[in-house]
Every structure is written in C-alpha cells, then in structure tokens.
Design a protein around this ligand. Structure first.
Ligand SMILES: [Mn+2]
Length: 309
C-alpha cells in the first residue's frame, strides 16, 4: 500500500493535557520504519498546524476550545482529502479523538464510508448531552449529523449534515457510555458491540459482524482506534482509562480482521498520552496494532479449513 502518515497533535478536545504528544511518541516507537519493513511505501507528511495553547480561549463550556479545534479539523480534513486524491491510504495519528471527525468527514467527500469506531466510549455526545464539554466525546455524533452545527460542518468546510449513515456505524469495545449518549445512539440506529458482547461471542465473531454492517452499501470502512479501548493494565498512557478492556490478542485480532477484510479506507490511531504512559509502552502497542491493521501476519494461513462454516 501507499500510506501517508498525518499527525494531528491536538489536545484541545481532551480533558487532560499530554495527548498532543501522542503522534510524536508513536513515531518514536518506530512506526514509519516498521511499516516500510512490511513492504509498504510510506510517506510521513508531518503534522498539521495546531494553535498555540497560550492564546487559546475555552469559550462555550459545553464546547471547550471549539475555535481552536475547528482550525485543526479544517487543516486535517484538507490533508486527508489530499491523501485520497493521490490514491493513497491516510493513517492519522492523534492527538485526541476529536480528529476522527475531520479524517472521516474528509473521506466521505469521495467515498460512501462505513465506520468502525473502536473505543471504550461512544464519542456520541453533543453540546446538549455532554457532561464535560470535551469535544473528543462528540466526533462520532457529529459525523452522524448530530450536534452543534459549526462542529458538524467543521466551520463551513462541509455541509452541516451527516457525513456517514448511522446504519453503517459500529462501535466496538464500548464499556463507558453516558445515559443521554445511549439514548442518542439508539435513536440514531448506531450498532454498539460492547465488551459484554465480545466476552460472550469472542472478538472474531464480533469483528466479522462489525465489518459486515460497516461494509454493507458502502465503498469501504474507515476505522478509528482509540487506545483507551485496550485494558489499562497494558495501555496505561491514555487520558480516560476504564478497566475491563481488550487484551493484547483481542486488539490484534480485531486489527488483523480489518486488514483481511480488504475494505479499509483509512485509519486513525488516537489518544496516546505520553505524560501518563510508562516508558512509551502504549505508543509501542499502538504501533504493533497498526501493523496488524495494515497487513502484518505471523503466517500466511491463519484459519483452520475444517473449522470454517
Ligand atoms: Mn474515543
């Protein structure tokens, strides 16, 4: 594949500082070299510009730092649209998860997009339901056309309507969803595959289901991976940890199945917070999971034909 790496070192959407260094930490963990070693053509186009924190204004407490976030969203959307125009694969490094709005909205300009949002949280709040005012809890709702019009339209970069049909949105790994957010998810018709469903059926069947839903009547699937979906015991460097997350192997199998689907249009890897991390272990995990999403295999055949049905 021809991959373009785009960094979005933003923390204005998060409640804790430090996540703006996540893209650097992932690069330091060897992302570019390891992707190239897999046989990919890799171009690191660098980071989009992010406003200086010292000049930033919180503004509306239900949409903290909205002005700064929208500046980043527009720049990131332009970058991702450019990657698609060159026929390359966008790999977006956060930064906080607000960036998923820009990367996927940009992709929706040229593709009918299904979304697999791999996350502890729903990220489906609006300014009317948020408990924190942190915009990283809102990008998926905005993609579905819900929320503050300036956020949904990315300050006029696109029309203030949905970028993605909620029927093609799947959240995988959820275990912390706010009550009003749950109501919105149900009304919108988003599929939520919680940790309980993964416990019950296994990550393999859950991902096959997710890929089926997000891949039906779409040109492909954009995956947005929040490192906080992993269990905090193995991914301590995240701002909003929640016990009971994916194991290392569950994370890898989820990514391997996305790769094997052949349907990926792009990938976000977000919410690595080096300030909270231990010796860059969370960034290193992010790199190894990304490799699995982009074709790394232990062996060429990873199913048992006699057990397939
Ligand atoms: Mn998230």
């Amino acid at each position: 594949m021809d991959i373009e790496i785009i960094g979005a070192p933003i923390d204005f959407g998060a409640g804790r500082r430090g996540v703006e260094m996540g893209a650097a930490a992932i690069r330091i963990a060897g992302l570019v070299e390891k992707l190239a070693a897999l046989g990919h053509s890799v171009t690191d186009v660098g980071d989009v510009d992010v406003p200086v924190r010292g000049h930033a204004v919180i503004g509306d407490p239900r949409l903290r730092y909205l002005d700064e976030i929208l500046v980043v969203h527009r720049a990131l959307a332009e970058a991702v649209a450019g990657t698609h125009s060159r026929g390359r694969f966008p790999l977006v490094l956060g930064g906080d998860h607000s960036v998923g709005l820009a990367s996927i909205a940009a992709t929706s300009r040229t593709h009918r997009v299904g979304v697999i949002w791999i996350d502890t949280h729903g990220d489906f709040n609006t300014h009317q339901t948020t408990l924190t005012g942190n915009v990283h809890g809102m990008p998926l709702a905005a993609l579905a056309g819900l929320g503050f019009p300036r956020l949904v339209s990315m300050d006029g970069w696109r029309a203030p309507e949905r970028a993605v049909d909620p029927a093609g949105i799947v959240i995988v790994g959820a275990r912390d969803i706010d009550p009003k957010e749950a109501d919105l998810l149900k009304t919108a018709g988003v599929t939520v595959l919680s940790m309980a469903v993964i416990d019950r059926y296994g990550i393999g069947r859950v991902m096959e289901h997710a890929i089926h839903i997000a891949g039906t009547d779409t040109d492909g699937i954009y995956a947005s991976f929040d490192l906080d979906v992993m269990d905090p015991s193995i991914a301590p460097g995240v701002g909003t940890p929640s016990a009971g997350g994916l194991t290392v192997r569950e994370g890898h199998l989820a990514m391997e199945l996305l790769s094997a689907s052949g349907r990926l249009l792009g990938l976000d890897v977000v919410e690595v917070n080096p300030v909270l991390d231990e010796r860059n272990t969370t960034a290193e995990l992010a790199v190894s999971l990304t490799l699995s999403a982009l074709g790394k295999r232990v062996w060429s055949r990873e199913t048992i034909p006699e057990l397939e049905h």
